[in-house]
Design a protein around this ligand. Structure first.
Ligand code: 13P
Length: 268
């Protein structure tokens, strides 16, 4: 069965060890005994708290990071490399988030290099893509997603390609409490799916989880995840509430599709 992913991106929040401990203690309590057979729950805290999260995350949750540098080691002041992340138990790494593109001037080429580095280190990249509101209005969504993903999807072996996750995060839906219609999200999924299928074939494309991100909360899961046939969600603000993460993990785990499809978006 294809798994669904729930990834909490804590961004630059949680400002102390004390807050970290508090988050983890509530999260452990809320996740206790939860069956997670078809759901993978990942928390991506800020770098300084990764190790503490690794030590204290419940067994039914995995560790993510919010960025990585593409070189393994050397004179790169301020950067963090994939062996370091791997060494402290990180499994998933977000790359190309629109906030990093905006404030860190991350380019599509940087994202591609980071994906290569992560795969070399046996870490799973969560590649973010998404259009601005103006781009959407001008009908450029498909072109933007293709341009952002092209480099990252190049030069991978089919086995490497199967390790990636892709998150569709329309920029105008991040932090705004506005979300696209289910059909628009599914349309973006189809664009991404076709791109991957063109490069690596349908069998590989079907194994790559395509998530939605942008103002996700528990009450919207039906609209942004299930009805849109997405393979999970990337959550910002709501993931700062550990009990909300646990609630979403429950909803996702217990969701029964009216007619279960194996994640393949409808053609059309
Ligand atoms: P919000 O859920 O706060 O809109 O953030 C989404 C996001 O950027 C997740 O990576």
């Amino acid at each position: 069965m294809k798994k669904r992913y729930l990834i909490g991106n804590l961004k630059m929040n949680i400002l102390s060890v004390e807050d970290t401990e508090q988050y983890l203690s509530v999260f452990r309590r809320e996740m206790k005994g939860k069956k997670q057979e078809s759901t993978v729950t990942v928390i991506a805290p800020p770098f300084p708290y990764l190790e503490r999260f690794h030590k204290e995350l419940p067994e039914n949750a995995a560790l993510g990071a919010q960025d990585v540098f593409w070189e393994k080691e050397g004179s790169y002041t301020g950067e963090v490399s994939y062996p370091m992340l791997k060494d402290i138990g990180t499994e998933y790494v977000i790359v190309g988030h629109s906030e990093r593109r905006q404030y860190g001037r991350e380019t599509d080429e940087d994202v591609a290099r980071k994906v290569q580095a992560l795969l070399k280190g046996n870490l799973r990249p969560v590649i973010c893509t998404g259009e601005t509101e103006d781009e959407r209005r001008r009908g450029e969504t498909a072109a933007v997603l293709e341009a952002q993903l092209r480099g990252a999807l190049e030069d991978l072996s089919p086995m490497q390609a199967e390790k990636i996750l892709i998150a569709y995060e329309p920029r105008w839906a991040i932090g705004t409490d506005r979300t696209p219609e289910s059909e628009d999200i599914l349309e973006a999924k189809v664009i991404i799916y076709r791109m991957v299928a063109a490069a690596y074939g349908a069998a590989v494309a079907e194994r790559i989880p395509i998530l939605y991100g942008g103002s996700v909360k528990a009450s919207l899961l039906d609209r942004v995840c299930f009805s849109a046939q997405m393979d999970g969600v990337l959550v910002g603000r709501e993931s700062l509430f550990p009990y909300e993460v646990a609630k979403m993990a429950d909803i996702i785990e217990n969701y029964q599709a009216p007619e279960r499809r194996e994640g393949k978006p409808e053609e059309g």
